[in-house]
Ligand binder design. Structure first.
Ligand code: ZN
Length: 247
């Protein structure tokens, strides 16, 4: 169930039985020469949507742009500064809180968002306390690629060639969701991981084609389907558990 597909009386009815909302968040950033710019956003959205169907819980609008400063030396990347994303999240969640939503479960597709999401949760909870909210807002996030069964599958399928960015696992999920976007362009095996990246120019100098130690050529749509199902299965357990703990 998606918020965009409901009417306001539908939302009022939903709030009678749940005060929880899932929110997909991704990024709009380069994913190497064979991965599309919308990878993180499209994967998070699809996983959240299917999790919502299986758990009969509501999914809010996708946040499709995240914190992607490291990728800004590659065209097509968009990045919010952390303070902008925090401000956006404050308005998003306080709007929902005004209607009675109290619990927010973020399904995240991009590692660069994590620190900012956690800072935003703290800002939002502080703001709610200061405005005299009766019950605290509860916020959590899960990275779909860190669901336990997904972690096991990523190791099994790709081993060390999973790498850290433009990974075969996320490319496989896109191949499953959007076969029309599959690029057949062969890439050489990945180079080694480098020392810590300091900004956009340094990223491109260390990882000239945009990958970080990954070999996306290993991805197949069939693996993508298994990874997608594993993520949804894990989340369809975790999300209702989180909401019931605060209910
Ligand atoms: Zn990604």
């Amino acid at each position: 169930m998606q918020l965009h597909d409901l009417t306001w009386p539908d939302v009022e009815d939903y709030l009678q039985r749940s005060d929880g909302l899932m929110i997909p968040i991704g990024s709009t950033e380069q994913h190497g020469p064979s991965g599309v710019i919308g990878t993180d956003a499209m994967v998070a959205k699809a996983i959240a949507r299917e999790t919502g169907v299986r758990s009969d819980l509501l999914v809010g609008p996708l946040l499709s742009i995240g914190v992607a400063e490291h990728h800004m030396a590659f065209p097509g990347t968009l990045s919010l500064r952390p303070s902008t994303l925090i401000a956006l999240l404050q308005d998003y969640l306080h709007s929902l809180a005004q209607h009675g939503f109290r619990q927010f479960f973020f399904i995240n597709g991009h590692g660069g968002n994590i620190a900012t999401l956690k800072a935003a949760f703290s800002e939002i909870q502080t703001g709610e306390r200061e405005r005299g909210g009766q019950r605290p807002l509860r916020c959590t996030l899960v990275n779909w690629y860190e669901v336990a069964e997904v972690v096991r599958l990523r190791k099994q399928y790709y081993g060390d060639q999973e790498g850290r960015h433009a990974t075969p696992s996320e490319i496989a999920v896109i191949q499953y969701l959007r076969p029309d976007l599959i690029r057949k362009q062969p890439l050489p095996p990945p180079g080694p991981l480098q020392s810590e990246v300091q900004g956009a120019a340094d990223f491109r100098a260390k990882y000239p084609d945009g990958r970080m130690g990954s070999w996306p050529d290993l991805a197949t749509p069939a693996q993508g389907q298994v990874l997608f199902d594993a993520a949804v299965r894990g989340l369809a357990q975790q999300v209702p558990t989180f909401f019931s703990e605060g209910g």
